[in-house]
Design a binder for this molecule. Structure first.
Ligand code: ARG
Length: 259
């Protein structure tokens, strides 16, 4: 995770970012700190990346790489405003002893890559940021089969705004974010998925972090919390209203480290 000390919205690269809407950076830091404490309270170890001046989106640490079995497939950002984040993530991963493999294809790490541990599957989004060629590259680097899913709604420009891994085998997703064919693929591979509706997705209810039991999600996503509780999970709401102005929430803030 990386604290939002320099978070603000000075450019717009997704449908959520409006440079005319003021951001309370101090509040963003407080809310982020609560998220960090929540994860630590659930027993997770959290490493913190030092934020750099001039990189307002660095708080969205999930975009800096995609890690499976101790290997990290590095990010290559779509927009120049975020390119300088790549080196910071690479330095962190290499310094912490991960096997870091730089990418030659555009991809935004866990923004567009998810890992389902049970079947050992990579789910990979494309359409707005990550290119489909990066899915093949990730499969080659990580040695796990990758399933490409096409995103078709600009409000859900990263896979992690439309789909989440809840447990070893179960996922949740918002059907409206995917092309008809990709939706058929999801239905075939995950017949027992938790399906979210548009309201859930707009509240960033799919931008969550789950340990298989506790699901940390934005407080605003009350409908999603109810669905998750009905499916046997324990929702853990956190307030992240400021970061939403940048187009991200819980999951975007957390790059998961998989040994
Ligand atoms: N402002 C950031 C961008 O548009 C938000 C990234 C959100 N991160 C995520 N994993 N969805 O790049």
């Amino acid at each position: 995770m990386c604290p939002p000390e320099y978070f603000t919205v000075t450019y717009s690269i997704n449908a959520w970012m409006d440079t005319a809407v003021p951001v309370d950076t101090e509040l963003a830091v407080k809310q982020w700190e609560r998220l960090r404490e929540t994860l630590v309270g659930l027993g997770h170890q959290v490493d913190v990346l030092a934020p750099l001046v001039g990189l307002p989106d660095q708080v969205f640490a999930a975009n800096g790489g995609f890690c499976v079995d101790g290997t990290v497939y590095g990010a290559r950002f779509r927009y120049p405003q975020r390119t300088a984040e790549e080196a910071a993530h690479q330095a962190y991963y290499e310094g912490a002893g991960w096997h870091y493999v730089p990418a030659s294809e555009t991809n935004e790490g866990e923004g567009d890559f998810a890992y389902v541990p049970g079947p050992g599957l990579i789910l990979a989004g494309y359409g707005y940021r990550t290119v489909a060629a990066a899915h093949a590259q990730a499969q080659e680097v990580l040695g796990r089969p990758s399933i490409s899913l096409r995103l078709v709604d600009p409000r859900f420009y990263h896979l992690d705004t439309a789909l989440a891994v809840l447990s070893e085998h179960q996922v949740a997703y918002y059907p409206g974010a995917f092309s008809p064919a990709s939706l058929r693929v999801l239905e075939q591979v995950f017949p027992d998925a938790v399906r979210a509706d548009e309201t859930d997705a707009l509240a960033f209810g799919l931008n969550l972090v789950s340990d298989g039991r506790h699901v940390v999600l934005p407080a605003e996503a009350t409908g999603m919390a109810a669905r998750l509780a009905a499916a046997g999970y324990q929702p853990v709401p956190v307030e992240l209203s400021e970061l939403k102005k940048g187009g991200g929430s819980v999951k975007c803030c957390v790059a998961e480290l998989r040994y």
